[in-house]
Design a protein around this ligand. Structure first.
Ligand SMILES: NC(=O)c1ccc[n+]([C@@H]2O[C@H](COP(=O)([O-])OP(=O)(O)OC[C@H]3O[C@@H](n4cnc5c(N)ncnc54)[C@H](OP(=O)(O)O)[C@@H]3O)[C@@H](O)[C@H]2O)c1
Length: 257
């Protein structure tokens, strides 16, 4: 399928590991100019090198998306590097959850700053450029727990539920400008956060993934590339009538549509 992504400019936050890295590579393979943003310089350089070696165009920006000034630098970096913004993938994030009484104000605030305000600020900064260009795509990564919160799942599920509402409200407001806004709700996907958990717990990575996959209807944890292809579809010309929707990418886990 021709995705029509050649020379589109895509910002991918958290584009150095897991889902974000797979997305940056997938979009670059389709000919998009990719702007990756993350905090760690070493991984930024390494992923940028990988994209360039494959013939892709990339700008790597060291930024913490929980900080307003850094969000502004990401957008200005994209404009300086490539002159436009067509696609924004709000992916940077991490899991944050615990027993409700143990979650401090600081933890709540940090989760909202990273996963909600990061997306809000980057969208607010990118939309004027998308409007001028006649359209754009915003893809927010959230979590299936946003629709079906479990015990001990805060603050993540609350932040992610806000991400769903943000996606829907934004899609309604900017459809007249041909800016399409969708969310991909992730279940369990192989990524850096689980690798770090395996190291911290001393459990082998494949054993951890096998245990995590036991209750998933498809019988396994997903691969980052499987998320990246759905994101690339939502960013593409093939999804030109899809907006305000959420896709569960969870191997069938969620009990809700
Ligand atoms: N994998 C899963 O099973 C799963 C499940 C549900 C939801 N998700 C969501 O999917 C998204 C991607 O997760 P992943 O599993 O692929 O994560 P990952 O492998 O841990 O990668 C996270 C990426 O985000 C970047 N990042 C983290 N904090 C950042 C910050 N403050 N500012 C800028 N960049 C930041 C990291 O780079 P630096 O550390 O260098 O900044 C890294 O590039 C996240 O929003 C996550 O919550 C994943």
């Amino acid at each position: 399928m021709e995705l029509g992504l050649k020379d589109k400019v895509a910002i991918v936050t958290g584009g150095t590991q897991g889902i974000g890295k797979a997305t940056a590579l997938a979009l670059a393979r389709e000919g998009a100019c990719v702007v990756i943003a993350a905090r760690g310089r070493e991984r930024l350089d390494s992923v940028a090198g990988e994209i360039r070696a494959a013939g892709g165009k990339v700008a790597a920006i060291r930024a913490d998306v929980a900080k307003a000034a850094d969000c502004a630098r990401i957008v200005s970096g994209a404009l300086e590097g490539f002159g436009r913004i067509d696609i924004l993938v709000n992916n940077a994030g991490t899991s944050s959850r615990g027993g409700f009484e143990s979650v401090s104000d600081e933890t709540w605030q940090a989760d909202l700053d990273l996963k909600l305000f990061g997306a809000i600020r980057l969208a607010r900064l990118s939309i004027p450029h998308m409007k001028k260009q006649g359209g754009g795509r915003i893809i927010n990564i959230t979590n299936i727990g946003a629709k079906q919160p479990r015990a001990q799942s805060m603050p993540t599920t609350v932040t992610r539920a806000a991400g769903l509402a943000f996606t829907k409200a934004l899609s309604k407001e900017y459809a007249p400008h041909n800016i399409l806004v969708n969310t991909v709700c992730i279940g369990l996907v192989r990524a850096g956060q689980h690798e770090r958990k395996a190291v911290a717990s001393g459990v082998g990575l494949e054993k951890l993934y096998a245990d995590m996959g036991k209750d998933i209807p498809l019988g396994r944890v997903g691969r980052a590339e499987e998320v990246a292809s759905v994101i690339a579809f939502l960013a593409s010309g093939a999804a030109s009538y899809v907006t305000g929707t959420s896709i569960n990418l969870d191997g069938g886990t969620s009990g809700v549509l």
